[in-house]
Write a protein that binds this ligand. Structure first.
Ligand SMILES: Nc1ncnc2c1ncn2[C@@H]1O[C@H](COP(=O)(O)OP(=O)(O)OP(=O)(O)O)[C@@H](O)[C@H]1O
Ligand SMILES: [Mg+2]
Length: 400
């Protein structure tokens, strides 16, 4: 067997370093310095000296506009975050400015959305996973994405899942944590956070991104807000060449238009459609066994609610079934409604609680769900014929 050592390839390594240092940036300088140190330590002093020479002759302060090739180095050659990496903190309060999620702590499960949204998300992920092919044609993936929509629709889950698919850890900034009452400190915190994220290979996640915009409502804070927004704009620009940034907000209208424009991609996540709600409920109620009509009925009750509401209902059902017998779904949902009045449309709630005949007729007339009498009778604990008789009386009270 040949005894090959790395040093046999040193001339290639030398050439690589020379070409990389022709367009130097911090990450390249850092890596070459590391290589020099390692060579020195392992007794390859001649080689270490040679690289040191290349290093010192490279003009590290050369200001060159970044080519796409240089970008690839920046995005790819950032340092790896480890569990020991110190996280920047607010200098006054020592509160960490970010939380790190490593890929094994990111969601495994793909969030469920309408097909169009899923396709849009897949295209973002495949751009990052096809990074090298894009570089060959002098293109680079979209470097920032704004995810917005109503509360509880799975936006944070989606952002983390995207990072998982790209295979990078998440640096999660809670902007509320970055805010400081000391003048100028918020801007400094934002600057420090971006410097940290730009140094490492990661997805920077700015969750609850509207927190900055909220400051605007305070007339005392006008100067400070301008400063913070300007810092954020500069930081978002500086990050473009350094990695992927995802912003998440429920209040997209509160965002400064200049910040809004900084995001290459903007994805709106709406409340789930009936079809998606059915899928979500099926997923969340597992391992409980519900048939299609039962799930459809739960989805009907939750129409217009969020995925988080579906998850909440599923958890409640699991607790309910441990303590009660599963027989009458309508009575069970009435209990849920009484305990979760904000989660169900108020008209549906009133009818469900106070007028059983109108409730049955509402279900049967709903064109989206197209329930049949035989489908819903068991939900009310009735046979199809007794439900039919009840309906006949409702439509023609003379028959009573
Ligand atoms: N479309 C969905 N697919 C899968 N899970 C979902 C979906 N929508 C909501 N969830 C679940 O609901 C819970 C809340 O989701 P998440 O925190 O991501 O929502 P959000 O949109 O970020 O909410 P908020 O705006 O309140 O921060 C999570 O457990 C998530 O898994
Ligand atoms: Mg969220």
């Amino acid at each position: 067997m040949k005894n090959i050592t790395m040093i046999q390839y040193f001339s290639i390594i030398q050439a690589l370093c020379r070409s990389a240092l022709a367009n130097p940036n911090d990450a390249i300088l850092h890596q070459v310095k590391r290589l020099v140190e390692k060579l020195e330590k392992d007794g390859y002093s001649k080689e270490a000296k040679s690289l040191e020479g290349i290093l010192s002759s490279s003009n590290s302060s050369a200001e060159m506009s970044p080519s796409k090739i240089q970008r690839s180095f920046l995005v790819r050659s950032g340092e790896e975050i480890s569990r020991k990496t110190p996280i920047p903190v607010d200098k006054e309060t020592a509160t960490p400015l970010a939380e790190i999620f490593f890929p094994d702590n990111l969601p495994q499960e793909e969030p469920l959305f309408d097909q169009n949204i899923e396709l849009a998300i897949q295209s973002v992920i495949s751009e990052w996973n096809g990074f090298d092919q894009l570089l060959e044609i002098d293109a680079s993936p979209a470097s920032s994405c704004l995810i917005y929509g109503p509360p509880g629709t799975g936006k944070t889950h989606l952002a983390k899942w995207i990072a998982k698919q790209i295979g990078l850890p998440v640096v999660l900034a809670r902007l509320e944590g970055l805010m400081s009452s000391y003048l100028g400190t918020t801007s400094r915190n934002i600057g420090n956070l971006f410097t940290f994220a730009n140094r490492y290979r990661c997805v920077l996640l700015l969750d609850e991104f509207d927190a900055i915009a909220k400051l605007r409502n305070d007339p005392q804070e006008v100067g400070e807000v301008k400063r913070v927004v300007n810092t954020l704009l500069q930081c978002l620009d500086s990050r473009k060449e350094n990695g992927f940034t995802i912003g998440v907000t429920n209040h997209e209208t509160l965002l400064d238009p200049a910040i809004w424009r900084r995001f290459d991609i903007q994805i709106e996540i709406p409340r789930p459609s009936p079809e998606v709600m059915i899928h979500l409920l099926k997923k969340f109620v597992a391992p409980l066994d519900f048939d299609d009509n039962e799930i459809k009925f739960l989805a009907w009750c939750l129409e217009g609610s969020s995925g988080a509401d579906a998850e909440m209902l599923a958890k409640w059902l699991k607790r309910f079934f441990v303590l009660h017998k599963k027989d009458n779904y309508v009575d069970m949902m009435k209990q849920f409604i009484l305990l979760n009045s904000g989660r169900v449309d108020s008209h549906k709630r009133n009818v469900m609680l106070h007028n059983v005949d109108e409730f049955i007729s509402m279900l049967l007339n709903d064109k989206t769900y197209s329930f049949k009498q035989k489908d819903i009778a068991p939900l009310f604990g009735m046979t199809a014929s007794s439900l039919s008789k009840q309906l006949a009386k409702y439509k023609d009270p003379e028959k009573i």
